[in-house]
Design a protein around this ligand. Structure first.
Ligand SMILES: Nc1ncnc2c1ncn2[C@@H]1O[C@H](COP(=O)(O)OP(=O)(O)OP(=O)(O)O)[C@@H](O)[C@H]1O
Ligand SMILES: [Mg+2]
Length: 361
């Protein structure tokens, strides 16, 4: 039962500022995810919490206790590494028991706790197996059991699913989340996979070049990205730039080339340039002759590509004014099958997120 407070934490490697001043409060029992592209400092920050990397500046507290100068084994964290780090020369039980032996727990207690940890990850009866006799998913479970067996206050996971195939990844992320809920343990999870982050987290911190771009609940980071970088990193979007040319029906009118969009941008003045994000699934394909829903805006153009993906169809259209737009739809109205067809789409201006003082890509 532990809240984590990270305050003003920095770490530099030579010329690289791996973590460039990060402050974060993670609640007791929260499942918190660090998300960002390769090299943005996720592992470095996680290793500082675990005690495998020193801080240049700042402090880390678990509850009221300052822990950033304690050695790793005094911090009471369990860590799952990206590459499992399973010892090949120890049986499964020996691997799981490792942290308990290091802490001087008695033999009799070790056996019972190892059994319980294996049971938690659905590996009952696997204690006598050798690592090479296990699948990738089973090895990952051993790594999780080894982290949990010491009954840590905080569970740290660094891309724990990246070596697994897509289907197993989805299954295992559900298991990790279920286990974390059941134990009520605070979890700090690292991934560069935005879908995984959305699916598993209470809150997400999107990182870029050693800094936090946005911290928020999954739906918030997806629907209301704080920056163009977050808008593009959290899935697919249409990131456009334009100029405010006036107002109509409570919305700003924004010219993008010769096309016009409607949106809200608090405080933006006529003549101002801004960028904005409109998700592909927020553009609704209209049947020929159909009107947009009340209050929505309408755009016309030609269909360029249609990609049927099973549950979803991804499309690209080119507005008459020349701008390309990406669309995603569960179902398509008639006339939307062929490339080059004339089409119209509608969107709710309230869905658009504007970024004042920014330009797209
Ligand atoms: N021990 C080290 N020595 C020198 N540079 C390092 C060291 N560890 C990390 N870095 C650098 O710090 C930056 C952040 O690295 P880090 O491993 O934290 O990124 P990451 O977000 O975990 O990336 P990935 O998604 O690829 O794992 C990178 O530029 C990396 O090269
Ligand atoms: Mg990493």
């Amino acid at each position: 039962m532990t809240a984590i407070a990270i305050s003003g934490v920095r770490r530099r490697f030579g010329a690289v500022e791996a973590v460039a001043g990060v402050s974060l409060d993670i609640a007791d029992g929260e499942f918190f995810t660090l998300l960002g592209p390769s090299g943005c400092g996720k592992t470095t920050l996680l290793r500082m919490v675990a005690g495998f990397c020193e801080l240049d500046a700042g402090a880390i507290h678990f509850g009221a206790r300052r822990i950033d100068s304690l050695p790793p084994h005094k911090r009471n964290t369990g860590m799952v590494f990206q590459n499992y780090a399973i010892f090949p020369n120890l049986r499964v039980a020996g691997n799981v028991a490792y942290g308990l032996k290091a802490r001087g727990v008695s033999r009799a207690k070790i056996a019972a706790r190892v059994e319980r940890a294996l049971s938690l990850v659905h590996l009952d009866g696997y204690g006598e197996r050798w690592p090479h006799q296990l699948s990738g998913g089973q090895l990952q479970r051993v790594a999780i059991a080894r982290a949990l067996v010491i009954e840590p206050e905080v569970l740290l996971l660094d891309e724990p699913l990246s070596n697994l195939d897509a289907k197993l990844r989805v299954e295992m992320r559900g298991e990790i989340r279920e286990l974390q809920r059941k134990l009520g343990i605070t979890a700090l999870y690292v991934t560069h996979d935005q879908e995984e982050a959305l699916a598993i987290s209470d809150r997400i911190a999107v990182m870029r070049a050693g800094r936090l771009e946005q911290v928020g609940a999954p739906a918030e980071t997806y629907r209301r990205p704080a920056t163009p970088f977050v808008a593009e990193f959290m899935g697919t979007t249409n990131l456009l730039s334009g100029r405010v040319v006036g107002a109509a029906e409570g919305w700003l009118r924004v010219a993008v080339g010769a096309a016009e969009f409607r949106l809200a941008a608090a405080g933006a003045a006529e003549g101002e340039s801004l960028a904005f994000s409109l998700r592909p699934e927020w553009l609704r394909p209209l049947a020929p002759g159909a009107d947009p829903p009340p209050g929505w805006a309408r755009l016309e153009g030609r269909l360029e590509t249609v990609e049927f993906l099973g549950a979803l169809t991804r499309l690209q259209m080119r507005l008459d004014a020349g701008t390309a737009l990406r669309l995603a739809a569960l179902e398509l109205p008639e006339g939307w099958g062929e490339a080059n067809a004339r089409v119209a789409v509608a969107y709710d201006p309230a869905r658009i997120t504007a970024f004042r003082g920014e330009r797209a890509g």
